[in-house]
Design a protein around this ligand. Structure first.
Ligand SMILES: [Zn+2]
Ligand SMILES: [Zn+2]
Length: 373
């Protein structure tokens, strides 16, 4: 005998050796007998119905039944997801053949969720200049959107007060529907059509929105584009989209950001990259070169004898990190350019420079290795 306070066999009125078919048949009979919709406000019936379902959830499944027979530990809480109120919500094994009929029963969360219809999202595209993206900016969008009527606070009733309780559903927002089934007359609940599941009937309509509770209008929406936004990023403003026409939450305002490229600077996250071509004479002798910043210009001093591809890092001259206070760097890579042409005089001057190879570290290392081949 299982060490369990509830005897599921007794609840279903079957023998311990009953076949699965006998259990199913007993369950169907009792489920029909105690279904709460047939006995409104009868707590005893509701309790019995719950017990019957608990028992069948275990005994109707041969694995759970075997476990119960052996250990008596088939805790119904585990199978009912923590409470009877969730019954009818979905994937219950063993209920497949009666599920359709009971599907509206008890239905807490599912139906309530479907009654809440959020407003639609508004999707906008914005093209920013490079500078606007780096430093942030303010943009004003003209949007044709559904917004909550402020005069009636979205209720649709005059002054937000002129409504009464729906006579069909008595304010609950749902009505009882009776169907003929193989079990006889069965009842279930459905959203009330009279009041659109709001439970309220407007007595006098709001003269501003005509009773809808929402208005379609052109509105200017000011958006602060944050500094550091990048091409392809999306700004989502929760609840700033269309108001719901069915008393749900508002939709979102979604802004797709495109950023125009800079003619010289390239963004790499919060860093800026610059390829800086300099004449080989500047690399050799050093000199000042004007370079672009995200905002304005900067004079970079190239030291004498700068090697090709040297990277100069200008700390914090990059882009501000989104929603943070740190900045990236500007990384300037020097590209040494040789002249395309040289005069006879220039060539003569170069002859003198070319004579001393000991100053070329890498060239010398190469030559050393070559000589040992
Ligand atoms: Zn109603
Ligand atoms: Zn209104």
């Amino acid at each position: 005998m299982p060490n369990n306070s509830k005897d599921y066999y007794k609840i279903l009125g079957v023998d311990k050796n009953a076949s699965q078919d006998e259990i199913k048949s007993a369950y169907r009979k009792l489920a029909k007998q105690y279904h709460p919709d047939l006995h409104p406000n009868d707590e005893e019936c509701a309790k019995r119905f719950k017990e019957v379902n608990e028992a069948y959830e275990v005994l109707g499944d041969s694995n759970k039944r075997a476990n119960y027979d052996e250990y008596g530990s088939a805790n119904p809480q585990d199978f009912f997801g923590g409470g009877f109120s969730n019954f009818g919500g979905g994937n219950f094994s063993g209920f497949d053949d009666i599920f359709d009929i009971f599907s509206n029963f008890g239905g807490g969360s599912r139906r309530r969720t479907s009654r809440v219809t959020p407003g639609e999202d508004i999707v906008l595209n914005v093209n920013l200049s490079f500078k606007e993206a780096v430093f942030g900016c303010e943009k004003i969008f003209k949007v044709n959107l559904t917004s909550k009527c402020e005069k009636c606070d979205g209720t649709g009733a005059k002054d937000g007060r002129e409504f009464s309780t729906c006579p069909d559903c008595h304010g609950t927002g749902e009505v009882t529907v009776t169907q003929s089934t193989i079990f006889g007359r069965m009842t279930s609940t459905a959203p009330c059509k009279t009041c659109n599941a709001t439970g309220k009937i407007i007595r006098t309509k709001c003269d501003s929105c005509g009773g809808k509770g929402t208005k379609r209008e052109f509105k200017e929406i000011k958006v602060n584009i944050p500094a550091g936004i990048n091409d392809g990023q999306v700004i989502t403003m929760r609840g700033k989209g269309n108001a719901s026409t069915k008393s749900g939450p508002s939709g979102d305002l979604i802004i797709n950001v495109s950023v125009a490229p800079h003619p010289l600077l390239v963004r790499d996250g919060i860093d800026l990259l610059l390829d800086l071509p300099i004449p080989f004479t500047t690399a050799y002798l050093g000199g000042d070169v004007e370079i672009p910043l995200a905002d304005g210009k900067y004079t970079l001093t190239i030291p004498p004898l700068t090697q090709p591809n040297t990277v100069f890092k200008l700390k914090n001259k990059g882009v501000k990190a989104l929603q943070r206070d740190n900045y990236g760097d500007l990384l300037v890579t020097v590209r040494v350019e040789m002249p395309k042409d040289a005069s006879k005089k220039e060539k003569e001057l170069m002859q003198n420079l070319a004579s001393n190879s000991s100053n070329y570290k890498r060239v010398k290392a190469f030559q050393d290795k070559m000589s040992k081949l």
